[in-house]
Design a protein around this ligand. Structure first.
Ligand code: MG
Length: 448
């Protein structure tokens, strides 16, 4: 059957790709898979109530009791599931996608994202059609408004609250009018920082910035940090599982840099393994190794990172998009933990601008080329077989590893495109290797 779940659940444009009928049917399949009790939550999208109600109806029709947590961040739903007697959880969110999208994502009884194998089981139940229970066995729905507060309280236990409180910080947090509206002001208040919120309206159609926290989308946050002379700017994506930062000078800190700064901070405190996808900058590996830690690379996507962290008892993990994972709290991307830990890191290690400037310098070049989906495998095989004695890694796509850098070629999972990343200490070398790889790929594709 057709694949429903992508890297981050089922996503689509509401009422065309992601319909109520589909949500009910998927709810039935998810309920048949989990059985008994499932928690459900949504971000602030306008279609959230509609899709959530449909999934919940499907769940109850197969005999599952549903606990509705309301609007709360994805990691807050995950924390609730992991700390309550639940068989699983469902999040209604399309994370950073534009407002016309929504999505359905599942987590297991521990709150971790489902494995691909479990998703395939749900897809096959979806395809066969799940059986409803008798009228007197249908599930019931209850409401629990405590998830956000319990989550924030748990986050606070993992940082040095006194040190943060005593530092007298001013912080601007941009909630993207997303799920962070519920958690971020509460978190900052509990940490005793002077907090100014931006885009903290829980209406999906409130005017504000797009939910992807890129530098281009954060111009209001950047100017507010500058004009208020704040110590830090924090920006979340739509479901607040990610956080990126603006330093006290009002400069956007790239996700690679904030990941590296956090990896460096954690590795000075805890010896052990850091896990990150093959697409991450060598900055991460360099700072971790310098502190005596080890590094492991996984396929791209947070489920792969979280699984490797669990299997290998890692001390930290994360992605270059602001998705940071702190295993002492929970094994998933966690926007509030990332924000709280970054505040602690600044209090202990000094200004973010300084910490950012102290990172080893690497240059990354990113390209995207058109490639029909049917040619992706052949192109990957061709690129793997051409060439020389370079060290090659096929964890995800093809990574060619050089003394001073690497080139990664990866088919996009969602678009008819191929991505090329090239990183080196030397900008020209990075560009030249990207050029060469792109030329080889284009030549192969034009010969098809
Ligand atoms: Mg997200």
């Amino acid at each position: 059957m057709a694949r429903l779940f992508g890297t981050n659940g089922v996503r689509g444009v509401v009422n065309t790709e992601l319909t109520v009928e589909m949500a009910v049917r998927l709810g039935k399949a998810i309920g048949t898979f989990f059985k008994e009790r499932v928690a459900i939550a949504s971000d602030t999208r306008n279609s959230g109530s509609m899709i959530k109600s449909a999934v919940a109806s499907g769940l109850m029709s197969v005999g599952v009791d549903v606990v509705d947590l309301g609007m709360t961040p994805t990691p807050s739903m995950q924390y609730f599931v992991g700390t309550h007697d639940m068989n699983g959880g469902v999040m209604i969110t399309a994370s950073h996608n534009p407002p016309q999208f929504n999505g359905i994502k599942c987590v297991d009884a521990t709150g971790r994202e489902l494995t691909r194998k479990d998703e395939e089981t749900i897809e096959s139940i979806y395809s066969d059609g799940a059986e409803c229970v008798e009228w007197n066995d249908v599930g019931v729905m209850t409401y629990d408004a405590s998830a956000t507060e319990s989550y924030v309280n748990a986050v606070i236990e993992h940082v040095d609250t006194d040190a943060i409180r005593n530092a007298d910080l001013t912080v601007i947090v941009d909630c993207a009018n997303g799920a962070a509206f519920a958690s971020a002001p509460l978190l900052l208040n509990r940490l005793g920082v002077r907090a100014i919120t931006l885009n903290a309206n829980p209406q999906g159609d409130a005017p504000g910035r797009p939910s992807e926290p890129t530098e281009d989308n954060l111009s209001d946050l950047i100017s507010l940090v500058r004009s208020t002379k704040a110590d830090l700017g924090i920006a979340h994506d739509g479901d607040a599982d990610r956080a990126v930062f603006v330093d006290g000078d009002g400069n956007f800190v790239s996700g690679d840099k904030s990941l590296s700064i956090m990896a460096r901070y954690i590795s000075t405190k805890k010896k052990g393994l850091t896990v990150t996808p093959v697409s991450s900058s060598l900055m991460v590996e360099t700072v971790v190794k310098k502190n005596g830690g080890t590094i492991m690379y996984t396929a791209v996507g947070s489920p792969a990172v979280a699984k490797a962290m669990f299997d290998n008892n890692a001390v930290f993990g994360g992605e270059e998009n602001g998705g940071l994972i702190f295993p002492e709290h929970q094994l998933c991307r966690d926007g509030a933990m990332a924000a709280a830990k970054m505040l602690e890191c600044i209090v202990k290690n000094g200004k973010l601008s300084k910490q950012s400037a102290d990172l080893p310098e690497y240059n990354i070049e990113k390209r995207k080329i058109d490639c029909p989906s049917g040619s992706k495998d052949a192109l990957l095989k061709f690129l793997t077989n051409v060439g020389d004695n370079i060290k090659k890694d096929t964890t995800d796509g093809l990574k060619m590893i050089y003394e001073d850098g690497w080139v990664l070629v990866r088919p996009s999972g969602t678009e008819p495109k191929f991505r090329i990343y090239s990183e080196s200490k030397d900008k020209d070398v990075a560009r030249q290797r990207a050029d060469e790889t792109e030329a080889k790929a284009r030549k192969f594709l034009s010969s098809k």
